[in-house]
Design a protein around this ligand. Structure first.
Ligand SMILES: Cc1ncc(COP(=O)(O)O)c(C=O)c1O
Length: 407
């Protein structure tokens, strides 16, 4: 009789098991080579720099785009909320877990993104699961970009209706896929505003025109556009298309210095989602300190537009400089700048060399990215200094040359 757990042992000891699942080498092999880049505990963090095993590194692996996680006002608001409301709501939004503070955050978010109503979830992941499974019924179709975030794909898996996919950021291919849908099916197109690995901005005007042509609704997951594009208000604002996008999803785990997620749209649709989203109803609500931190982060984003400008200026400089050095940064237009290496093990070796030289970056390998497209994901904060960036570029130049990644 087969033992269900046998594969788990194989994953750690037999490289062929991991390889058959799309991983480059078994975790043990990567560990033996000293290039295993995951689950590394940070001993200390000051935002732009972290300490790991006594070594200080410049942090280029965080989504803290506005540098607000260490901001004194944000920290103080979280501490005050713990004093006032305690550490947990111990229940769902549906029942005992809604505080007046959740309502305040929802009103602020709706105003911030320019929609009638917003609904706060405990994470962005849960927001996507809840929204898609609530909206997509048996006879409906959800159409996703091939590089949409995993939480959107998981939301489609939970939904009763069918999922179809179109070529990455290709409005032409979206047109083809929508044309093939049954005419009487309800249709929702789902895209990332800023793609989380490549850092490209969705071709929103083209996608929207195709949605209109086929009477499809449009959801933009703006986890990485909020705080970064459109003066901080996101991708739809960047294109001046807030009214045209039907639903905007966001997270507090990136620019807004907390954890939690939200969906914003018209009152009736949000009301429906509120009563049908299982990830909202059957899970405890966002704790007060996280709500309070997100509220203050929103205040600061509105009050200090120079933070949004700064993170984009740093990203522009780094993108150009990395390109000049000879790295392949793909189509990035935002503070997410990938460095494409291709082979997964080569990528892990490059990660290790950068780590040893004092720079923390993230490794993205299949299945998180397409086969043969492994990359180092770098991302930037408004609080990074020019001196830190000078140091990072020197390290990239010397590591890139020593590994033969650049000439
Ligand atoms: C595009 C996108 N959507 C949703 C999420 C989920 O956000 P959260 O961390 O709030 O669960 C992420 C997080 O990585 C993301 O990149």
């Amino acid at each position: 009789m087969p033992d269900l757990f046998e594969k788990c042992r194989g994953f750690f000891s037999d490289p062929s098991v991991a390889e058959s699942m799309g991983y480059p080498a078994s975790p043990n092999r990567a560990k033996e080579l000293g290039v295993y880049p995951f689950f590394i505990p940070l001993d200390q963090t000051e935002g732009t720099e972290v300490t790991i095993q006594g070594q200080r590194l410049v942090m280029l692996g965080s989504n803290n785009y506005l540098g607000l996680t260490m901001h004194p006002e944000v920290r103080e608001a979280a501490v005050r909320a713990i004093r006032e409301f305690g550490t947990s709501c111990t229940g769902s939004r549906f029942l005992n877990g809604t505080l007046a503070l959740h309502g305040e955050l929802e009103r602020r978010l709706a105003l911030f993104v320019g929609k009638e109503k917003a609904l706060v979830f405990s994470t962005g992941y849960q927001a996507n699961l809840g929204v898609l499974s609530a909206l997509i019924g048996r006879s409906d179709i959800v159409v996703c970009d091939k590089e949409d975030h995993a939480s959107l794909i998981d939301g489609c898996r939970l939904a009763l209706g069918r999922m179809a996919r179109f070529r990455h950021n290709s409005a032409g291919d979206l047109d083809r896929v929508l044309a093939a849908c049954p005419p009487d099916a309800g249709k929702l197109v789902v895209v990332d505003g800023v793609f989380s690995m490549g850092g490209e901005i969705v071709s929103l005007p083209d996608v929207l025109a195709v949605c209109r042509k086929h009477a499809a609704r449009l959801l933009v997951d703006d986890a990485h556009g909020m705080g970064v594009l459109g003066g901080g208000r996101g991708t739809a604002a960047h294109f001046g298309l807030v009214d045209e996008v039907d639903l905007i999803v966001g997270t507090f785990s990136k620019s807004f210095a907390s954890i939690g997620g939200f969906v914003a749209g018209d009152e009736t649709t949000i009301h429906w989602i509120q009563h049908l989203a299982r990830s909202l109803i059957f899970s405890a609500s966002l704790p007060a300190p996280n709500v309070a931190a997100a509220l203050v982060a929103l205040d600061i984003t509105e009050r200090e537009p120079e933070r949004v400008e700064r993170v984009n200026a740093i990203a522009d400089r780094m993108r150009e400089s990395l390109k000049d050095l000879g790295f392949d940064v793909g189509e990035s237009e935002t503070p997410i700048i990938p460095i494409f290496i291709g082979d997964s093990l080569d990528t892990m070796h490059a990660w290790r060399a950068l780590f040893d030289a004092g720079v923390y970056v993230n490794v993205a390998i299949p299945p998180a990215v397409p086969q043969g497209k492994a990359l180092l994901r770098t991302s930037y904060m408004a609080t990074h200094t020019d001196e830190q960036m000078d140091r990072v570029l020197e390290i990239f130049a010397s590591v890139g040359k020593s590994l033969g990644l650049i000439a």
